[in-house]
Design a protein around this ligand. Structure first.
Ligand SMILES: Nc1nc2c(ncn2[C@@H]2O[C@H](COP(=O)(O)OP(=O)(O)OP(=O)(O)O)[C@@H](O)[C@H]2O)c(=O)[nH]1
Ligand SMILES: [Mg+2]
Length: 670
């Protein structure tokens, strides 16, 4: 028997699902946490039958007429796959809104059991709901539950089992209307609301006590204030970074890296005098590769832990509200801020977080732009260049984040311009959940969940690629070990050289730099490791900690970059496409080859243009005059601009035609 869990967003479906199945699916104190359907058997101690009961957790929905991809998953599932029963999780603190959906579910002919969840909050607020009367009005069993305390869950499951196969009479039936006729649908919805409100007025008794509500409203007035809200947000994010990047994170990282170094030394010792192939694969490739990633995994994890706390207490939902007006100007959504923040840890979970954005165009644009925000893997690259070329100046890091934000806004404007956004309506409905004390346990789970995406990348792509790069660096095309001083005969050098030519207009046409940038697409942290190896400066760069350990001047000299070209190269690495794993995540979120290629094109173009501008403008400012390859570089950029204009024109035309057709169809005037 399959039991579907359906209800409004943030009503506690996943909490109940986790309690009944023993799973650990993501729970969060904001609407739209669950984005896909999940299935698992209900534990035997909750099921009073020998039959196997399978629980199906669904994304939250306000209505059976889908408005978002998540809502269509839910309505599609209950309508087309006919579960044997539906447990409708109702947020008891918001009865009238929840029952709208309940009455729609009751029309489907599938047995429904209503779980009046969060009834603990109602008790605290002295709100009384007459359960028997509600059950009678709805024509289905109604049971009070507290999912977080596992209260009432057994009864709910029992009721669902005993309703199986029974007929229920829908209390309200929608008239036959044309579902494409917006006005008719609106009129029907209003009637349904009136019906629901009448029930609520009969079964619910609210004690008018506005104190607590007022307190929350007062806090919200400050936190979501247009100006103060942004300042608070900046301070909160600064604190998150400070704790995760310079306090707790590094302590744990140092400790872990110590262990891995010992292990790497041990493996190298075992292989000493053995085959260089094994040495390249095992000690440098595998152990070194994992070490590089594990080195800053703790930083990312501590950050995710703190973000999870912020989400759970209800703050992140407010941040979306504060940021919405700003993001809306450039055609994104207030919710875009969450992927961008998460993306500062790792682009993959960041891109995945864009899934909760309702509008498809906004969602794709967010997934496309999120990785302009420097991720954790880019921090070692920034640190190396700051150390070697800018005397460790503290402005380098913040400037890179600032430019990242700027590029996100500019990119969003460009996408808005290309896609003819002005014709489209944008909605922003973000319910503000109640504030609550965040759960440490849940923050741990959330942190592990997000870190998993990251670890998976480390265990697969980075590991394999690191091995391949190590091999390509160690051997030449005759598969002989490359002699010292002849590094430019290695496989890697010969592959990277043609790319280096393309980089001359950016001020860094050496094969070593091209090779490092290429390995950067595998994983950005590779840039540092590859530079260390190709320039034989491993004595100054710790390839495990990916950090400059001294000799900043020698490193700068060996690389042969000026401060201007170094800055151009750094920015090129930061703002060109992210690593392959993140591109893979982009692909699965965008679900459109056209958008994916557009994203890669945009990122390549942006990185190239930024580096070009920094190099040539920087050269002029520092008195060196226009740099090398200005004309070919300019031609390349003008070609890119021409392509963008061409695409924009074409898509504009399509939109104009579509819009004209649409306005004629509905009789509206443009
Ligand atoms: N006080 C109280 N809080 C609850 C209860 N059930 C769930 N919550 C909280 O409600 C919030 C939302 O829970 P989820 O299980 O993620 O809600 P959901 O319905 O799956 O949400 P979406 O996936 O976004 O549709 C979390 O902060 C839970 O801790 C309950 O019975 N009482
Ligand atoms: Mg959920």
């Amino acid at each position: 028997m399959r039991i579907a869990f359906a209800g409004n967003p943030n009503s506690g479906k996943t909490t109940m699902y986790n309690a009944l199945t023993g799973k650990n699916e993501r729970v969060g104190n904001w609407a739209g946490v669950t984005i896909g359907r999940k299935e698992s058997p209900i534990k035997a101690d909750y099921a009073n039958t020998t039959e196997e009961l399978v629980a199906v957790d669904l994304p939250g929905a306000y209505s059976m007429s889908p408005f978002t991809p998540e809502e269509s998953i839910t309505s599609g599932y209950v309508r087309d796959e006919h579960p044997d029963a539906i447990i409708n999780i109702v947020d008891a603190t918001n009865l009238s809104r929840s029952l709208f959906f309940t009455t729609q579910l009751l029309e489907l002919g599938i047995p429904v059991v209503v779980a009046l969840n969060k009834s603990d909050i109602n008790e605290k607020q002295h709100t009384k709901i007459d359960v028997d009367k509600l059950a009678e009005k709805l024509g289905c069993p109604v049971i009070k539950t507290v999912s977080t305390d596992h209260k009432g869950l057994q009864d709910v499951v029992k009721a669902a089992v005993s309703e199986n196969g029974k007929g229920q009479k829908a209390p309200y039936m929608q008239a036959e209307i044309n579902l494409h006729d917006k006005e008719a649908v609106d009129a029907e919805d209003r009637k349904r609301f009136a019906f629901v409100n009448k029930i609520v007025s009969e079964v619910e008794q609210r004690e008018v006590h506005t104190n607590e509500r007022n307190k929350q409203d007062k806090i919200d007035a400050v936190i979501t204030n247009k100006f103060v809200g942004i300042v608070i947000f900046a301070v909160v994010m600064w604190a998150v970074f400070w704790v995760s990047q310079s306090k707790v994170g590094p302590w744990i990282a140092d400790w872990l890296v110590g262990w891995i170094e010992t292990f790497q030394g041990y493996v190298s010792g075992l292989l000493d005098g053995g085959s260089p192939l094994l040495q390249a694969i095992l000690a440098d490739g595998i152990v070194g590769g994992v070490g590089a990633v594990v080195g800053f995994l703790p930083l990312v994890m501590v950050m995710y832990f703190l973000i999870a706390l912020l989400e759970d207490c209800g703050y992140m939902a407010r941040v979306s509200v504060v940021m919405d007006p700003i993001f809306k100007r450039v055609g994104l959504s207030g919710k875009s801020i969450i992927p961008i923040i998460i993306g500062t840890g790792c682009g993959i979970p960041g891109i995945m977080a864009s899934r909760t954005i309702r509008d498809e165009r906004e969602r794709r644009a967010t997934a496309m732009l999120t990785t302009f925000m420097p991720c954790g893997a880019k921090i070692p690259v920034i640190a190396l260049f700051a150390g070697a070329f800018f005397a460790g100046s503290s402005w380098v890091g913040p400037v890179m984040y600032f430019v990242g934000i700027l590029l996100i806004f500019l990119g969003a404007l460009l996408i808005k311009w290309i896609t003819g956004y002005k014709y489209r309506k944008s909605f922003f409905i973000m319910e503000l959940p109640n504030y609550k004390i965040p759960s440490l346990k849940r923050a741990c789970f959330s942190m592990l969940e997000r870190a998993k995406a990251y670890i998976k990348k480390a265990a697969t792509i980075i590991l394999v690629c690191n091995c391949v790069v190590q091999l390509m660096q160690t051997f030449n095309w005759h598969f002989q070990v490359v002699a010292e001083g002849a590094e430019d005969t290695s496989i890697l050098a010969t592959i990277a050289s043609p790319f280096a030519v393309l980089l001359i207009p950016l001020g860094f046409g050496a094969w070593q730099l091209a090779a490092a940038a290429i390995t950067g697409f595998i994983a950005k942290e590779n840039v540092v490791g590859t530079l260390a190896v190709v320039y034989s400066i491993t004595n100054f760069i710790d390839t495990d900690e990916l950090a400059l350990t001294g000799g900043a001047n020698q490193v700068a000299m060996t690389m042969g970059l000026t401060t201007v070209t170094a800055l151009a190269y750094l920015m090129f690495n930061l703002y060109t496409p992210p690593c392959f794993a993140a591109i893979g995540a982009m692909n699965s979120e965008m679900k459109s080859a056209k958008w994916l290629w557009a994203a890669i094109g945009l990122q390549l173009g942006t990185g190239y243009t930024v580096a070009f501008l920094v190099y040539h403008i920087g050269s002029v400012i520092t008195g060196a005059g226009i740099g090398n390859g200005f004309v070919p570089g300019l031609i390349a950029i003008l070609c890119m601009v021409a392509i963008v204009i061409f695409i924009a024109k074409r898509s504009r035309k399509e939109f104009d035609e579509e819009y004209e057709l649409h306005s004629k169809g509905t009789g509206a005037t443009a």
